[in-house]
Design a protein around this ligand. Structure first.
Ligand code: HC1
Ligand code: SF4
Length: 571
C-alpha cells in the first residue's frame, strides 16, 4: 500500500493507483474532460491538474500514479487558477453555441465551465475548418472539438476502424478523417457504429437530426404514422429524461409515443422473433447441406457489422445470413401484410423506427433491403432523438399510465427482447433451432453460456445429437480478431453472432450518453430480467409470428418470405 495525503487528508491506496482514482476514493472528484477510464488517459485537456508539495509544475491526475508520502492539493489557488486558464484556452477554440447544441445540458465542457464560474465572454475566432456532408448520419462540427482524442482512441483501440487522425500543427491542430478523406467515402471505412459520438465529451460529434421529418409526417393528415422501437431502446430511453431505471417501462414508452401523436405503436421485438424463424431455419438448412455453404454462418442484423465486413473482410460476405434485420423485416411487413390486415393504403403509411443505433439511419436507405414496393422504413431516429421529442412536448413520462402496443403486431417474446444484448441473437436462435430440429423446447436458459460482457465468447452445444460450435463477438476490434483467427484456421465455428457496438445494441451509438460510464452492461442485464419474466420465451411460440405465417407467408423460407424478409448477400 502507498500512504499519502490529499488536501491534508491521510489515506492509503494500492500501488499503481492514479491520483484521480485515489482522490475519488476519499470523495473528491477531480474535474476532467479527456479522461475515460480504460480508454483515454493521455492528460491532454490539462483540466485535472493538481499540485504536489515541493514541485513547481502541476501534474495531470488522470495519468500520474501516487507515490509514498505524496502531498497532493486538488484545489490550491495555483490549481484553481491554472484550471481556469486551461479551460479558457479550450473555450476560446470551441464553438460555444450551447443553446442550439445537441449536448446542451449534457456536455462535460459546459458543466465544468459552469462549475468553475466562467461567466465572461471568451475570445472567439471560430471557423468551420472542414467540409462535412450533412446528409451523412454522422456529423462532425470541427469548431466544437476540444482535441481530447477520445474519438481517436475508441475508433482505433475498441473498434479497430481507424477513421480519425490528428491533423495540422500548433494552433491548427485538430482531428480529421484519415488521409483527409470525406467521411462518406468507401475508403474512410466508417462503420457508423456511433461510438465516437457516445465518447465525445462535448457536441463535436452527433447523429444527423431527423426529428423534423417525423414531426412533418405527424402533422400531415394524409399520413398514417406507424412507429416501431427496438429491444434495447426500452432499457435506456428513460435515462436522459431523468427517470429511475425501474420506472422506464415499455408501457410508459408506448404511452409517451401515443401522446406525441403516433397512430400505431408496434414492437420491433415481434420482427426480431420473425428474424429468428427465418435465420434459425436458414441455419438448419445450411447444416443439412453443409458442403454447399461457406462456414461459419454469421448473423446479419447489425448494419455497423455489415459495413465493416464488406469493407474489411469482403471474402466473408457470402457467410452472412440472408435474413434481413428486424427493423427492415418490420418495415417490409408493415407496408404489405400489416397494411392489408389493418385496412390501410400502404402508400399513406409513414414508417418510423426508433433505434439505439446510428447505422440504422443508413440501413433504411439501402435499396436491397427495401422490398414492399415503397420505402420500407421511412426514417430512423435514435433513442437520444426520441428523448428530445419527449422533452420538447413536455411529456411527464414518469407519471404516464402504462399503455399497450396496438393490436396484432405488438406481441414479442423474451427471446426477441434479448436481441438488444450481446449474445442475445445467438441464444434466441438456438432456443428455436433446438425446437425446429427436435420438436421439443429446450429449457429457456439452456444456452445462457453465451451471455455476459466478454468481447469474444464461445460455446459448444449439442442439438439433436449434433455438436454446434458458436461464437459471439461485440465491438469491431473483437470482430476483427475473431475473423482473423477464422481466416488463419485457428478457430472453427458453425454460427457466429457479431454486433458492432461493445455489449451489443444496449451499448449502441444512438443511446443516451452518460459521460465517462459504459452503460451496456446494466442495460443488457435489464433485458435479461425482462426475458426471465416473459410469459413466452421462444420466438416460435409468438402468436403474432404464427399468425403471420398462417395468414400471409406460409412458412419460414417460403417464396414470399424470401421476397420480403431476405436479401441477396451483396446488399
Ligand atoms: Fe438492435 Fe436489432 S437487436 S440490431 O441491436 O437485430 O439497433 O435493440 O433493433 O433491426 O430487434 C439495434 C437493438 C435492433 C434490428 C432487433
Ligand atoms: Fe469510428 Fe464508429 Fe465513429 Fe465511424 S462511427 S468514426 S467507425 S467510432
Amino acid at each position: 500500500m502507498v500512504n499519502l495525503t490529499i488536501n491534508n487528508m491521510k489515506l492509503s491506496v494500492q500501488e499503481g493507483t492514479t491520483i484521480l482514482r485515489a482522490a475519488r476514493s476519499v470523495g473528491i472528484e477531480i474535474p476532467h474532460l479527456c479522461y475515460w477510464e480504460g480508454l483515454n488517459d493521455i492528460g491532454a485537456c490539462r483540466i485535472c491538474v493538481v499540485e504536489l508539495a515541493g514541485m513547481e509544475k502541476l501534474v495531470s491526475a488522470c495519468n500520474t500514479e501516487v507515490a509514498e508520502g505524496m502531498e497532493i492539493y486538488t484545489n490550491s489557488p495555483k490549481v484553481r487558477q491554472t484550471r481556469k486558464v486551461n479551460l479558457r484556452l479550450i473555450l476560446s477554440e470551441h464553438d460555444c453555441t450551447c443553446a442550439i447544441c445537441t449536448r446542451s445540458g449534457n456536455c462535460a465542457l459546459q458543466t465544468i465551465a459552469r462549475d468553475l464560474g466562467i461567466a465572461d465572454p471568451i475570445y472567439k475566432d471560430i471557423t468551420e475548418r472542414f467540409k462535412w456532408n450533412r446528409e451523412f448520419p454522422l456529423i462532425r462540427n470541427a469548431s466544437k472539438c476540444i482535441k481530447c482524442m477520445r474519438c481517436v482512441q475508441v475508433c482505433d483501440d475498441i473498434q479497430s476502424v481507424h477513421v480519425w487522425e490528428m491533423t495540422g500543427t500548433a494552433q491548427r491542430t485538430s482531428i480529421g478523417v484519415r488521409d483527409g478523406l470525406p467521411i462518406d467515402s468507401a475508403n474512410a471505412k466508417c462503420s457508423l457504429c456511433g461510438q465516437c459520438i457516445t465518447h465525445c465529451p462535448v457536441g463535436a460529434l452527433r447523429e444527423r437530426n431527423d426529428t423534423d421529418i417525423v414531426l412533418d409526417a405527424l402533422s400531415d393528415p394524409e399520413k398514417v404514422v406507424m412507429v416501431q422501437f427496438a429491444p434495447a431502446v426500452r432499457v435506456a430511453w428513460g435515462e436522459k429524461v431523468g427517470m429511475h431505471r425501474v420506472e422506464q417501462t415499455t408501457g410508459k414508452l408506448v404511452a409517451a409515443l401515443k401522446q406525441i401523436g403516433f397512430d400505431y405503436v408496434f414492437d420491433t421485438v415481434y420482427s426480431a422473433d420473425m428474424t429468428i424463424m427465418e435465420e434459425g431455419s436458414e441455419f438448419i438448412e445450411r447444416l443439412k447441406h453443409r458442403d454447399d455453404y461457406s462456414w461459419p454462418m454469421f448473423t446479419s442484423c447489425c448494419p455497423g457489422w455489415l459495413r465493416f465486413v464488406k469493407s474489411e473482410f469482403p471474402d466473408y460476405v457470402q457467410n452472412l445470413s440472408t435474413a434481413k434485420s428486424p427493423q427492415q423485416m418490420f418495415g417490409a411487413l408493415g407496408k404489405t401484410y400489416m397494411a392489408e390486415k389493418l385496412g390501410i393504403d400502404p402508400s399513406k403509411i409513414f414508417a418510423v423506427s426508433i433505434m439505439p443505433c446510428t447505422a440504422k439511419k443508413y440501413e433504411c436507405d439501402v435499396e436491397e433491403v427495401n422490398d414492399s414496393g415503397f420505402k420500407d422504413v421511412d426514417v430512423v431516429i435514435t433513442t437520444r432523438e426520441l428523448d428530445n421529442m419527449i422533452m420538447a412536448d413536455g411529456i411527464n413520462a414518469e407519471n404516464l399510465p402504462e399503455a399497450s402496443f396496438d393490436d396484432f403486431f405488438g406481441e414479442g417474446t423474451g427471446a426477441g427482447v434479448i436481441f438488444g444484448a450481446t449474445g442475445g441473437v445467438m441464444e434466441a436462435a438456438l432456443r428455436s433451432a433446438y425446437f425446429l430440429l427436435t420438436g421439443e423446447n429446450p429449457t429457456a436458459d439452456a444456452f445462457k453460456n453465451v451471455r455476459g460482457m466478454d468481447g469474444w465468447k464461445e460455446a459448444t452445444f449439442t442439438v439433436a445429437g449434433a455438436k454446434v460450435r458458436v461464437a459471439v463477438a461485440s465491438g469491431l476490434g473483437n470482430a476483427r480478431r475473431l475473423l482473423t483467427a477464422i481466416d488463419a484456421g485457428e478457430v472453427e465455428y458453425d454460427f457466429v453472432e457479431i454486433m458492432a457496438c461493445p455489449g451489443g445494441c444496449s451499448g449502441g451509438g444512438g443511446q443516451p450518453i452518460t459521460d465517462g460510464t459504459e452503460m451496456a452492461c446494466v442495460r443488457g442485464e435489464e433485458l435479461y430480467n425482462i426475458d426471465s419474466t416473459q410469459p413466452i420465451r421462444f420466438s416460435h411460440e409468438n402468436p403474432s409470428v404464427r399468425m403471420t405465417y398462417e395468414e400471409y407467408l406460409g412458412a419460414p423460407m417460403s417464396h414470399r418470405a424470401h421476397e420480403l424478409l431476405h436479401t441477396n448477400v451483396e446488399a
